[in-house]
Design a protein around this ligand. Structure first.
Ligand SMILES: [Mg+2]
Length: 388
């Protein structure tokens, strides 16, 4: 049985999230800007139609397209909605690979019988469910390999949101597809292949392996296999723990107020600990960062004897290392907390008592439950809005 893979991709994800919490933004030209460099990172359909380009500096876009709405990004919101999308997707297939904040691969192989409908109709159901139950639009590409599913998802955006490339349709489809449209083929590779007269994806699948490997290496051979419908890259739901967790934010106003800055770090520590707990991880290295008005960065870290996922412990460490980097009278623009050396196992060291460990884990999980129920920041209700 050949595999059947779906790529679910949220449409203009950041903008869709903003529209979900603020419906007055619907059907308007809306752009979301990146935090640091002020570039456009997401556009609504209407903003695209105006001619606003991805990556355009916001000040330029504002000058040229003053009629559009420009929002600064809210990664917490996008992360929450992304989690909701991914959780929903897991109801459709036990094998879901979260590929990015707004994309996931689903292995649908063999699910036709269970759902009593064909793969195309299953994808339509998934799309409808995500729209109705989470509230964001998605496009879905379905085919027998990841590379083809990705291609189908691009075609889905121009079709009605769902597109399937069946095994027998592959050749026809590839003849209509420019190689630049293939996942993983960038500008340089396109230029190189064009030089050898290779313009369509189909042409790539008929060159012999020696030549393709000369041009693109091992990846080229794999790509050719994937394009012809032989799945090389499986959908993997194996969880890869992150190497580090970072929580940073810019202050609403530049400041040199010590308690304000300490407070922001404590809040980042809380958010980072929450993330650790949701992933079943603990950190062994806690770092703090302060960025000045002139973009100078000060950083200090401390190693723990015993890994933790508990904010009070992290905040104790921050209290100790904060004076190492904080200089009074300097004006700061942003702060951040960085956790490194993340571990999954809970190893008790000689220095900790089992009872203490039990207490903190109970307290922090109660904390998480409270936040799940009443919203982020319920405990830190004195924290200024820009940290939330
Ligand atoms: Mg997307």
């Amino acid at each position: 049985m050949s595999p059947e893979i779906a790529l679910v991709d949220c449409d203009s994800f950041f903008v869709s999230c903003e529209q979900l919490v603020n419906p007055s933004l619907l059907n308007k030209p809306v752009c979301v800007a990146s935090n640091n460099d002020g570039c456009v990172v997401a556009r609504s359909k209407e903003a695209k139609q105006l001619g606003i380009k991805m990556g355009m500096p916001v000040f330029m876009a504002k000058k040229e397209f003053p009629q559009a709405i420009y929002l600064s990004g809210n990664m917490n919101l996008y992360g929450d909605i992304s989690d909701r999308v991914m959780t929903k997707l897991k109801e459709f297939s036990p094998v879901v690979e979260v590929y990015s904040i707004d994309e996931a691969f689903l292995d649908l192989t063999g699910l036709r019988r269970m759902y009593r409908k064909d793969y195309f109709k299953i994808a339509i159901d998934i799309r409808k469910t995500i729209k109705e139950e989470v509230g964001v639009p998605v496009s879905i590409g379905v085919s027998s390999t990841k590379v083809l599913a990705k291609l189908a998802s691009e075609k889905a955006k121009k079709a009605d949101g769902v597109y399937r490339i069946g095994f027998r349709e592959i050749t026809e489809e590839l003849k209509k597809t420019d190689i630049a449209e293939i996942w993983g083929i960038g500008k340089n590779t396109t230029a190189l292949l064009n030089k050898y007269g290779i313009r369509t994806a189909y042409q790539l699948t008929i060159i012999d392996d020696t030549r393709i490997s000369k041009l693109l290496g091992k990846k080229g051979i794999e790509l050719k296999q994937e394009l012809t419908g032989n799945s090389i890259y499986p959908v993997s739901d194996k969880y890869v723990p992150p190497k580090s967790i970072q929580k940073t934010s810019s202050f609403a106003k530049f400041t040199s107020d010590e308690s304000y800055i300490r407070n922001s770090l404590n809040y980042h520590a809380h958010r980072a600990c929450r993330k650790l707990r949701s992933r079943g991880l603990k950190t062994k290295t806690i770092g703090i960062m302060l960025r000045t008005k002139d973009f100078k960065v000060y950083y200090q870290k401390s190693q723990l004897i015993q890994p933790t996922d508990f904010e009070f412990e992290a905040q104790e460490v921050i209290k100790i290392i904060f004076p190492d980097i904080f200089i009074p009278d300097i004006i700061y623009r942003s702060s951040g907390v960085i956790f490194e050396d993340l571990t999954e196992q809970t190893q008790l060291s000689l220095f900790s008592s089992v009872q203490q460990n039990f207490k903190t884990s109970k307290l922090s999980s109660a904390w998480d439950k409270l936040e799940d129920k009443y919203g982020r920041g319920i405990i830190f209700n004195s924290v200024p809005n820009n940290f939330i």
